[in-house]
Design a protein. Structure first.
Length: 251
């Protein structure tokens, strides 16, 4: 069970390091319900040799929208995003024997929007799973936070996230500056038991290696932002419309 002290420590860690790891957020039964919703729900799916290793547009799944809007998750993100925090994109990742890939050092620089509109200082543009994406100015990314929900145990042999603490404070980084950061900042390995929530800033430098003993490493990644963050005419591609009071997913 998460305590107020746990939340306070996590808030300080995210401000200082760009991330925090909070075990025990989800129970085994809640994890099973999420996995069932992912299996049955509507989302854009990526497969390799028949194995599902990624998904987009998870907020179209009612149970995942309920999860993202739940008070338990809002308690994690509101210290960074404010009371107008809204889920704006949700992704699914897995590593399996058929899809066991490395992720190079990078920052999360793109957001999903409803339509493409040329706005000064915004770009380049791309399209992912039919949804327009754009790289916004740095201040937009600095106002956002992501929650990564681990649905499996993720140890050192299962391709966990690697991070460079404090790199979120350096703004948007070129390849040369990323290389310099790798030489000057000691990386940390983010091992996480099933049920863990990891909070992270989009500008935090992160990577992952292939799993040395690949099994499932299923993660739901949900991004949050202040609802009013985007300048008109831009609008978020997905916003959770779940009514928290319904408690349909019991979070």
């Amino acid at each position: 069970m998460q305590t107020r002290s746990d939340h306070s420590k996590a808030t300080l860690a995210v401000h200082r390091d760009g991330f925090a790891i909070m075990p025990g957020l989800l129970s085994p039964s809640q994890i099973e319900r999420i996995l069932t919703a992912l299996q049955d729900g509507k989302m854009s799916r990526a497969r390799r040799n028949g194995s599902l290793y990624g998904g987009r547009n998870l907020l179209e799944i009612p149970a995942l929208a309920d999860l993202a809007a739940s008070q338990k998750i809002r308690n994690l993100v509101e210290p960074f995003v404010g009371h107008s925090a809204t889920p704006v994109r949700a992704l699914f990742f897995d590593k399996t024997p058929d899809a066991n890939w490395p992720v190079l050092w990078h920052q999360d620089l793109s957001i999903a929007v409803a339509q493409k509109h040329e706005v000064e200082g915004w770009g380049p543009w791309s399209v992912k799973a039919g949804v327009p994406h754009v790289q916004p100015p740095v201040h937009v990314l600095e106002a956002m936070v992501a929650v990564r929900l681990h649905l499996d145990d993720c140890g050192a042999d299962n391709g966990p996230l690697r991070v460079l603490p404090g790199s979120h404070q350096l703004g948007r980084l070129s390849r040369d500056r990323i290389a310099t950061c790798r030489q000057t900042i000691k990386e940390l390995l983010c091992e996480a038991p099933a049920g863990t929530a990891m909070l992270m800033r989009p500008l935090l430098l992160h990577a992952s290696s292939p799993a040395s003993t690949p099994n499932h490493r299923r993660v739901v990644h949900i991004e949050f932002a202040p609802e009013e963050l985007l300048p008109p005419p831009l609008a978020w591609a997905q916003r959770s419309q779940s009514v928290v009071e319904d408690n349909r997913f019991d979070y």
